[in-house]
Design a binder for this molecule. Sequence first.
Ligand code: GDP
Length: 724
Amino acid sequence: MARDYPLEKVRNFGIVAHVDAGKTTTSERILFYTGMSHKIGEVHEGDTITDWMEQERERGITITAAAITCFWTPTHARMNEKGEAEATTAHDDMKHRFNIIDTPGHIDFTSEVKRSMRVLDGAVVVFDGVAGVEPQSETNWRYAEEAEVPRVCYINKLDRTGASFEKSYASILERLSTKAVRLQLPIGEEAGFEGVIDLLSMKAYHFDGEMGMIVSAHEIPENMKAEAQKYRGELIERIVERDEQMMSDYLDGKEIPLEDLKRMLRKAVVGNEIFPVLCGSSLKNKGVQLVLDAVVDYLPSPIDVPQAVGINTDTGEEEERRASDEQPFSALVFKLQVDPFVGALSFFRVYSGTICAGDTVYNSANNKKERLGRIVRLQADKREDVKEVFAGEIAAAVGLKEVKIGNTLCDPAHPIALESIVFPEPVVSMRIEPKTKADQEKMGIALSRLSDEDPTFRVASDPETLETIVSGMGELHLEIIVDRMKREFGVEASTGKPQVAYRETIQGTADVEYKHIKQTGGRGQYGHVKLRIKPLAPIVEGVKVKNNVDREEHFEFINSIKGGVIPQEYIPAVKKGIKEAMDRGVLSGFPVVDVSVDLYDGSYHDVDSSEIAFKLAAINAFQDAVQKAKPVLLEPIMKLEVVVPEKFMGDVTGMINSKRGTIEAMGERGQAKVITSEVPLSELFGFTTQLRSLTEGRGVPNLEFAHYAVVPRNVQEDIIASRK
Ligand code: GDP
């Protein structure tokens, strides 16, 4: 089968927005307009809208899907001689396929944002035209920056009272990037917001008809011509400065063709050199089509982005995969989600090669093969079965059993592990209890589904009390999970207080011996181990791990047993015992991390030795070793940023200091001050409320996990005492 859309006509992008900036509304409009262009001419306009409205409920589900596919022919390709483009005119050779990847707006889900940045090639960043840049827009922007994702900015809600394109634009320049530049200007604002001027084509666009479906191009209003000329000049200077010929033509006063300007701007946006700024009002159906045009014109296709790299799991060598159908198949699983219509879906992005429904793929993360029985793509109004998925595309496999987020699926003959998606580990945990017996069973299912979908959410049971413990990235993260359990799975549960996820580790070394011997009639027990433990050294890139070393993220097990002094069959039991002891904790019941254990000697008994005896010996030896190796508690440290009016600076820094925080930087943000600090998470419960009352509601916090650090001695004693 040949591919239906050439790679350069594919766009994988996300809509990134602060909560409330209008992502949902914008997405709905996009599905509407793209649905119209897809159903070209088949249906009467009025009917289509009614159909579309009836699908409202299902659409709600679609909008939260990890990836949704739609099609778009740019407005300029559909314009008739009168300068009007109705949604019902087809120009198939200009039709593009959009895969829109969901990115959550809330900060407690930053890992989700990071993860989606990994698989999208570009982003539309939505701003509220009243508020401009908000703290969380900055965090999301930073993630896009780290992942070098090309962006176009869309200042939405220009119809609202208090909206200002110029102010919002200024806040982007000041707080996000000086590479932003106006591509559009609004015609009127607030109640008088009428349309949008495009500064490259120098046309004024209006959006008429039901849902603003008819786009028409007009002359720029007389009273805006001078302003438009001025900003067009700024924009063009920014574009031509990247090309000597264009620059000299421009300086010579020659008119540069529109197509050349667009091509050059595209290059600059794809190269992260320019962020064009657009505007509109999604709610009032103005401007959204031009945002879609900008996605086509300026955001990268899969061939415009750098190649994927990975490790060949046979040879250990680095390899590259190009976005080409001819290359061996490789794909990254980026989201697991349950679709109410087709069931468990594993969304994947194909980096190279193609895959057909029915093919068997190799999962390089778990060394298993799986058959992709059924592959689907989610559209606004249907789940489309797909026979073949091509390089650069996004689709979802139905019903895969053993796949996890971040796994690479690949051609069994060309095994590769693409750079995985790294997730932070949970920092907050709490007990959760079903309200009734009936809830009990459902809760188990719900929690396991939710933790499959979200790798930063984990479920465990307390080994002593057998209670269920859930952990995640923050109080709010856990609250939302509990809420989803109720809404989506009908489970009622009560929860305990959120607790900080402390850890234990060692700062010294120890050499210990433990003999587990029991002789109480019948068969005895005999296990004898000698261990050395030391802090786990970080992995050094390029240095091969030795054969006798088992390396995991927070643990290393070295088997130095020689001459069978402990028979091979008991070694796994020793490792298992150590792992169990690590999970259980030694100092105060928190998991032990980052230790290297060397099993270097021991002995066995022909009759009495058993796996269980060696396991018990290992547990006791390990506990003893940790006690002797300068054990300490580790606590999560958060990066806390507070934006406050200057007069509250002293109070807020005082509060941060009193919470064992360290001030890292103080800066300006417009009229306000920004305090950047690091504060232990344990000091931050209820922080938002305290900050509000201290600053008359004007302090805005932004919190994210930074790293783990050793707990000061006196605090550690308190924590241990409070758990006894
Ligand atoms: P999300 O949280 O980013 O998904 O934002 P929503 O799309 O749910 O929008 C948040 C609120 O802003 C809703 O009440 C919308 O109706 C409203 N809204 C969205 N876009 C616009 C707009 O262009 N103009 C106005 N006035 N309100 C809007």
